[in-house]
Write a protein that binds this ligand. Sequence first.
Ligand SMILES: *Cc1c(COP(=O)(O)O)cnc(C)c1O
Length: 381
Amino acid sequence: MKFGTKAIHAGVSPDPSTGAIMTPIFQTSTYVQKSPGDHLGYEYSRTHNPTRTALQNSLAALENGKHGLCFSSGLGAIDAVVKLFNPGDEIISTSDLYGGTYRLFTKVFERYGIKFHFVSMADPESLTAYVNEKTKMVWVETPTNPMMNIIDLKAMAAFSKKHGLLLAVDNTFASPYLQNPLDLGADIVMHSVTKYLGGHSDVVMGALVVKDDELASKLAFLQNACGATPGPQDCFLVLRGIKTLHLRMERHCQNGKTIAAYLKNHPKVDKVYWPGFEDHPNHDVARAQMRDFGGMISFTLVGNQLEDAKKVMESFHLFSLAESLGGVESLCGHPASMTHASIPREEREKVGLVDSLIRLSVGVEDAEDLKNDLAKALAKI
Ligand SMILES: *Cc1c(COP(=O)(O)O)cnc(C)c1O
């Protein structure tokens, strides 16, 4: 089955008791048993819920995996992955990392004796220096936030295999429409479902997809034992969102391309970070591992003044200033003061995260209107 057909049909089937074409919201905590242990496969909704099962199967299909597991947030999903390991174990992670993941790793799991190495992944071979007998996993995010760097997943998979490490990929920015890390050799794919998969800015949820049965059962154990599971109403909303994932992503990509090109030619814009540009440093890798280039764009202003960036963001009508991304509506954010405020200025400036950097999550509105919104806001400086 091709992607669009899977988005609509995979994992779901009409409800056998009524014929309802849409998976019902099974708003129940428990399930009646005929006799102790004699049940229909469902005992308690933390462990299993039919609405969640449908969503988990849909996500597994979209990522070309075998097992999907949903969590109450993206961070809940990452939490379960790290709980596979023991005190003393070591994890190598991308340095260019979602702030919440960095906080979970350093402020929570380091207290439990897990050691993290945050490194640039531009050259996989340079990671060898961080491998020892305690190393267990490599954690990758690509494209990265907000600098839109691309990490070569095939190369990272080869490196991980060679050293007997698990490779986990946070695929939130790409969504399963643009990139399928399991096909490139990853062991675990993670999503903040909150973003493109949900797609309508109305749900917070996370997910993991794996191929391996044993790894899946370890993660399912943690999902149930630690209990960060989503409710059926949220699962329903994401099932609904997924039905248009391919259509939304096509438009996000189209609009992304239009807006990136517009910004690149604007006299008040300095740098534009978007992997679809041929002069993007990792363009060839992006072209090889992604289906298209997405709607996430970062840009800086000529003169690099914080006041100018603020004025532009305050002047937008269509790009709402808000955390998050991947919804149908366009958003803008200011990494230096919002998502990456806790990183010291010197550190963030080294990677290009300067005061005037603005991040856009380009939505699925009409591109002409989005361009006009940008034109008017940039005219204010
Ligand atoms: C939002 C996000 C997360 C965290 O997901 P939540 O659903 O907010 O817990 C993790 N990784 C990336 C790349 C994100 O954008």
